[in-house]
Design a protein around this ligand. Structure first.
Ligand SMILES: Cc1ncc(COP(=O)(O)O)c(C=O)c1O
Length: 433
C-alpha cells in the first residue's frame, strides 16, 4: 500500500502566562492509502492538535517545536510539510489534505459571511470548476434567442436559465427541446412574469426549478422576497435547506432530522409570507385586468397610424401584460422618441442590460481575463437600442418603463397616453425627415 503521511517526532507546545503547556510529545505515525486511522482519547489529549499540525495551522501562542511530517505525492516523493514555504502548504491545504471540524457550525468565523467561508476553499483550489455564466443573445421578443443558446452549448454546458423578460414567456418549446437534447438542467427566471402562461401551462412549470420575485416592481408584491418552485422533492429539500440553515422542511415550523448542508439564512418573514399568499390569490385577476388595459393601449396606438414602429414579438398571448414594448427601425429614432416622452430606451436602462452592469463587466476569471464585455452581444445591443418600454402594470424607471399607463388607469387616460405617444413618434419622424 502506498504511504500518504509519515509523522516523525512532532512536538507542539503552547506558551501561556501560566507556563509552557505540552500539547503533542514526539508524535509518530504513518497513514497509508485507503486506511482510516482513529485517534481515541479524552478531551485535551491532542487529537485536534495532531490534525492541525499536519495542516500547519497551529496558531500562536502554540508552536510546532520539532519533528517532520512527510506528505507523499503520486510519484511517491515525500515533502516535509513543516519546512515548505507558506505558499506551498496553501496549495496543499484544503485541496489534498482537509480537516472536517468536530463542530462545523462553531468553526465558522462570525466576522465573515458563511457563504464566503464555504466557498473559500473552492475559490482557492477549484475555481476553474465553478459554473461559468455564458451570455446568449436575445431575439425580438427580448427573451433568449434559442438559436444562439444552441450555438453557445459546449461539452461543458450544464444548464440553461431562460429569463421570461418583461412579462413575455421565453420560447419554451424550443428551449426545452434543446435542454432535453443536451441533457441540461433548466432554471426558469420568472421574476418578471409571475402569472404568465405558455401553451396552456404557467411559466415556472417547464424547467427543473423556477424563481419568482415579489419585489415592488413586479406583477404582485409582498414588499420584497420571492418564491422558488419545483416539482422535484430533492431540489425542494436542498433549496429549503439552503435558505434555512440546512434544515429539512417539516412544513410544521419545527426542526427535525439531521441537517445535510450548510445553508444560509434567507427566510421570508411570516408577515411577508401572508402578504404573498393574499397577493397570489389576486394574481389571475390582476393579469386579466392588465390584459384588458394593455389591449386598449395597444389598439389606440395602432389606430394612431404610426409608421416605422412595431410591437415586440410576444411568444404567447397568455403573457403577463405588464409592459408594452415598442421597436423602432433604428437607435436614433428610439432615443429621440424616448427622450421626448421623458424616458429612456431599454439599452439605456441600467439594471437588466448586461452592458450596463458594471459589476459584471469588472468580473475577472481565474486567468485575470474579463469574460463579459460591452458589445459582445451585437444582436442584443441592436434590439435593445431600438426598444422602448411603455408601462402597463409595472411602472419602473429601472427597466425604462416610466412612461405609459398603470393598472388603475381609466379608459380616458389610456387614450390620452396613447395619443401622446403617437404624436411624439410622428413629430420625431417629421423632424428627422
Ligand atoms: C429578471 C429578474 N431576475 C431576478 C430579479 C431579482 O429579484 P429580487 O429583486 O426579488 O431578488 C429581478 C428583479 O429585478 C428580475 O427582474
Amino acid at each position: 500500500m502506498k504511504k500518504l503521511i509519515e509523522i516523525r517526532g512532532v512536538s507542539v507546545n503552547f506558551y501561556t502566562y501560566e507556563g509552557v503547556v505540552n500539547a503533542l510529545n514526539e508524535l509518530c505515525l504513518d497513514i497509508y492509502e485507503g486506511e482510516t486511522l482513529g485517534l481515541v482519547g479524552e478531551t485535551g489529549c491532542g487529537k485536534t492538535m495532531a490534525a492541525l499540525s499536519i495542516l500547519r495551522l497551529i496558531m500562536p501562542p502554540g508552536k510546532i517545536e520539532s519533528g517532520n511530517i512527510y506528505f507523499y505525492n503520486n510519484d511517491n516523493i515525500p515533502t516535509d510539510l513543516l519546512v515548505i514555504r507558506e505558499s506551498e502548504i496553501r496549495a496543499i491545504r484544503g485541496s489534498q489534505i482537509s480537516m472536517v471540524f468536530q463542530e462545523p457550525a462553531a468553526a465558522l468565523n462570525p466576522v465573515y459571511t458563511i457563504g464566503d467561508q464555504i466557498t473559500e476553499v473552492i475559490l482557492l483550489h477549484r475555481r476553474q470548476e465553478l459554473a461559468r455564466k455564458v451570455l446568449a443573445e436575445i431575439d425580438e421578443s427580448l427573451t433568449l434567442d434559442p438559436d444562439d443558446v444552441r450555438r453557445k452549448i459546449t461539452d461543458k454546458t450544464q444548464g440553461v436559465i431562460p429569463v421570461h423578460m418583461l412579462g413575455n414567456p421565453c420560447d419554451m418549446n424550443r428551449i426545452m427541446g434543446i435542454a432535453r437534447e443536451h441533457r441540461l438542467f433548466t432554471l426558469e427566471d420568472g421574476c418578471q412574469a409571475l402569472g404568465a402562461g405558455y401553451k396552456g401551462k404557467k411559466v415556472g412549470s417547464f424547467g427543473d426549478m423556477a424563481a419568482f420575485s415579489l419585489n415592488v416592481n413586479k406583477t404582485i408584491t409582498a414588499g420584497d422576497g420571492g418564491l422558488a418552485v419545483t416539482d422535484n422533492k430533492r431540489l425542494y429539500e436542498r433549496a429549503f435547506g439552503f435558505h434555512d440553515q440546512g434544515h429539512i422542511p417539516s412544513l410544521l415550523g419545527v426542526e427535525f432530522g439531521a441537517r445535510t448542508i450548510l445553508g444560509l439564512n434567507l427566510k421570508l418573514n411570516e408577515l411577508t409570507g401572508a402578504f404573498a399568499i393574499g397577493q397570489l390569490r389576486k394574481l389571475d385577476r390582476i393579469v386579466q385586468t392588465l390584459k384588458v388595459k394593455k389591449k386598449l393601449f395597444k389598439d389606440a396606438i395602432t389606430a394612431g397610424g404610426v409608421r416605422n414602429m412595431e410591437f415586440r414579438k410576444i411568444n404567447d398571448p397568455d403573457e403577463c401584460h405588464t409592459i408594452l414594448t415598442v421597436m423602432f427601425p433604428d437607435a436614433r429614432t428610439a432615443r429621440r422618441v424616448a427622450q421626448s416622452l421623458g424616458t429612456i430606451t431599454v439599452a439605456e436602462s441600467g439594471w437588466h442590460v448586461y452592458s450596463n452592469m458594471e459589476h459584471l463587466l469588472a468580473y475577472k476569471d481565474e486567468d485575470g481575463n474579463r469574460p463579459y464585455r460591452c458589445h459582445m452581444l451585437p444582436q442584443t445591443d441592436d434590439i435593445l437600442s431600438r426598444a422602448v418600454n411603455l408601462s402597463v402594470g409595472v411602472v419602473d424607471p429601472g427597466i425604462g418603463a416610466s412612461f405609459g399607463i398603470n393598472i388603475l388607469s381609466k379608459d380616458q387616460e389610456i387614450q390620452r397616453k396613447a395619443k401622446m405617444f403617437v404624436d411624439t413618434v410622428k413629430s420625431s419622424e417629421a423632424s428627422m425627415n
